[in-house]
Design a protein around this ligand. Structure first.
Ligand code: ADP
Ligand code: MG
Length: 693
């Protein structure tokens, strides 16, 4: 139950004086349904109405608040002309100008012979002082209310600033002092005011910095929001940890057998990740771990060894990847290892023939198949496992949250491992994936080449082709990625086909085409010819964006690079530079380049560090877009901004962790106050779980 102290804040907006049903509809639409929502509707700017000149001395273009005597009304002679009200003070006359306004309203508001306070933007038009559509008109005794610095709020069609201002003022009057939930030392260090003081201050901005993201009052409120969020996540997470999973541990040596035979030594990052995974699996709770590693950092082998651990324990494992090309590739890499240790690995995609499909489905049910590698096809209803112990998802950002869950639910309390080659910036990790444990593969496997990155305008296509001729003669292998035309696969395909034809006319018989609409067998054939060097150029749509591993490829050409996101370009570039030959990435672009596209290309030329690129991407694009807003499960903050409040987010995370470690049920004095904070941000279900815990 919500604490009584918060009742006034959760009263509906229409309980405020002067807010009828119509207005409350609009207000709810912009701010939210309750009084507290109004309090959190923070100003986006302010208007200074303190300037109060005589009519003779007004500064054109300024906002002025002037005391005027109403002298005359001049209704327009035609609908196109404005309605004018002549007024003045003892220094001169001016006109108030209204277009399409109702005369009776104006007569009522500005009666001839009386004095009014009028505030708005003044100008000089044809030698006359004018104010068109004053923002405020009031009685002389209201001067002090009007002649102030007024906060400016985000509005919506149908809602003007005046009633919203009034509503927010009314809402602030309903707030009272709440017990302090923040740590006092922290408050002092940050110079944060108390909650209510912060609210009042934020809504009474005095200058630019008061409405900026860095005002201390604002940061206080934002920190409250972030702490409530992190606290809720931490509580849920500590609860989930206690939820039982299964103990998957063994030492019967299959892993060792593979390790001994690997043609390379695992990097420190890979070893670290593997250890974390294996010890998670050995614990009696359910694993949910993310492996983040740049393209080519070697995630597959780590996942494979984890799957082998499940197999050692007589369980099955599934690896789901977003494209058939990737599935095929994983299958081809892993199948021989399976044969070497006597573990049956099979493949399932949407395009398998009936007989194969039936065999696989049977094998999964009776346990003949230990490891299955597949696309979304794995999620179908008729796919059942004998006993799935580990679900692995490759390139997880290509799947929705529910798809990850669907695969997981094919097992009984199965552990889950998700992998991503799009590193997630630390801040996003905190707020969107805070329920996941994560391992990062930072360094690249030994022997990786630096890729020379160049940006070339499309107009220089012929030059590129000339240079390509030379390098191909020296045995180069090139990817040629075609533009992403909107979200249409069909149009991508057209562009790619055209480019393929063109290149084939220049490099007879050495060019292949790969796109999403091809049959797996066709895809495989083309990939194979490219891999074996029969084909030197592979024209592709973005199907090759994720995961494809062809060590001999050393040139990546991306057409219309300006249409790709930063992370995507980084992924594409990551396809080359894996072998011994020197590598290049050519970003072709069409002018004019937008500011943002220019910045993306610049960053790519500067760095190859996926984690840094991810941070820059976040800055350029904003969090929502980066994760595909809603479906990503990204929390939508009222006040906090994921990009500009990173420091607070990190602090809130640590704070929350400490709080729950010391006071898991929030029973201390601060704990009690923190419960109020959770209720304030409507995390009541979390508070409920505390009670049952
Ligand atoms: P990604 O992280 O992009 O999925 P992969 O798992 O496909 O990368 O690995 C890319 C390539 O690097 C593969 O050919 C793999 O065999 C190789 N590789 C993986 N780990 C190492 C290592 N420790 N040393 C050398 N090569 C490695
Ligand atoms: Mg991969």
């Amino acid at each position: 139950m919500r604490p009584e102290i918060l009742f006034p804040l959760f009263a509906p907006v229409q309980t405020l004086p002067g807010i009828g049903p119509r207005l409350s509809g609009f207000v709810s639409k912009v701010c939210g349904p309750n009084i507290i929502d109004l309090c959190w509707h923070l100003p986006i700017g302010f208007i200074d109405r303190r300037y109060s000149p005589d009519v003779a001395n007004v500064l054109p273009g300024s906002i002025a608040t002037i005391k005027l005597k109403i002298l005359d009304h001049q209704p327009p002679k035609s609908r196109k002309l404005p309605y004018k009200v002549i007024c003045g003070d003892n220094t001169g006359e001016m006109e108030l100008v209204f277009f399409h306004s109702r005369a009776d309203y104006l007569v009522h508001m500005l009666p001839v012979g009386e004095t009014r306070i009028v505030s708005g933007k003044v100008d000089i038009f044809k030698g006359k002082v004018q104010m068109s559509h004053p923002d405020r008109i009031g009685l002389p005794e209201e001067a002090s209310v009007i002649q102030t610095i007024e906060p400016v709020y985000r509005l919506t069609a149908g809602l003007t600033s005046k009633p919203l201002l009034k509503a927010i003022k009314g809402a602030l009057l309903k707030t009272g002092v709440l017990p302090e939930w923040q740590d006092l030392t922290w408050l002092k260090r940050q110079k944060f005011p108390a909650w209510r003081d912060a609210l009042l201050k934020v809504h009474a901005p005095k200058n630019e910095s008061d409405v900026g993201n860095n005002s201390t009052a604002r940061r206080r409120l934002i920190y409250d929001e972030l702490l409530a969020d992190q606290l809720a996540l931490t509580i849920v997470r500590s609860l989930n940890r206690k939820k039982s999973g299964r103990i998957i541990k063994s030492d019967n040596g299959l892993i060792k057998k593979i390790m001994d035979k690997l043609p390379f030594e695992l990097t420190t990052g890979q070893k670290g990740a593997l250890n974390e995974i294996l010890s998670d699996m050995a614990e009696p709770y359910r694993m949910l771990r993310l492996i983040q590693g740049d393209v080519g950092s070697g995630k597959t082998v780590v996942a494979f060894l984890a799957m082998i651990r499940a197999v050692e324990c007589q369980l099955q494992a599934a690896l789901m990847a977003p494209t058939e090309v990737l599935v095929l590739q994983h299958y081809k890499t892993l199948k021989p290892w399976g044969e070497y240790i006597g573990v049956n690995i099979e493949i399932l995609t949407g395009k398998d023939n009936k007989a194969h499909r039936k065999n696989v489905l049977d094998g999964l049910i009776n346990g003949d198949i230990s490891i299955i590698i597949g696309t979304h096809a794995l999620l179908q209803d008729d796919v059942h496992f004998k006993d799935l112990g580990l679900a692995v998802i490759d390139e997880q950002h290509r799947f929705g949250v529910h798809q990850r869950l669907m695969l997981n639910e094919k097992g009984k309390k199965a552990d889950m491992l998700v992998m991503t080659a799009t590193p997630i910036p630390r801040t996003l990790m905190l707020c969107a994936y805070s329920d996941l444990d994560s391992s990062r593969l930072v360094e690249k496997p030994a022997g990786r080449q630096e890729v020379e990155t160049r940006a070339v305008p499309t107009t220089r296509l012929e030059e590129i082709i000339d240079r390509l001729k030379h390098t191909l003669d020296e045995g180069a292998r090139a990817f040629w990625v075609c533009p992403l035309v909107e979200e249409s696969e069909l149009m991508d395909l057209e562009a790619a086909t055209d480019r393929y034809k063109f290149l084939d006319s220049r490099f007879k018989g050495r060019v292949g085409l790969l796109h999403g609409k091809m049959k797996p067998s066709e895809k495989e054939k083309v990939m194979k010819s490219f891999m074996e060097g029969e084909l030197n150029i592979l024209v592709a749509t973005t199907v090759i964006e994720v995961g494809v591993d062809i060590p001999d490829a050393n040139i990546m050409i991306v057409e219309h690079a300006e249409r790709f996101g930063l992370a995507q370009l980084h992924q594409l570039r990551g396809r080359v530079g894996r072998g011994i030959k020197s590598s290049a990435c050519i970003l072709m672009y069409s002018n004019p380049l937008s500011e943002n596209a220019r910045a993306r290309i610049k960053i790519l030329r500067e760095t190859d560090d996926g984690f840094r690129i991810a941070e820059e991407d976040l800055k350029l694009r904003g969090a929502g877009e980066l994760l595909g807003t809603r479906q990503s499960g990204l929390p939508v903050f009222r006040m906090a901004d994921i990009v500009s409040h990173q420091d607070l987010m990190v602090a809130a995370k640590d704070d929350a962790k400490l709080i729950i470690e010391r006071d898991p049920y929030l029973n201390s004095k601060r704990g009690e106050a923190l419960r109020i904070l959770l209720y304030l941000f409507q995390k009541e279900n979390v508070v409920q779980t505390l009670r049952s815990g």
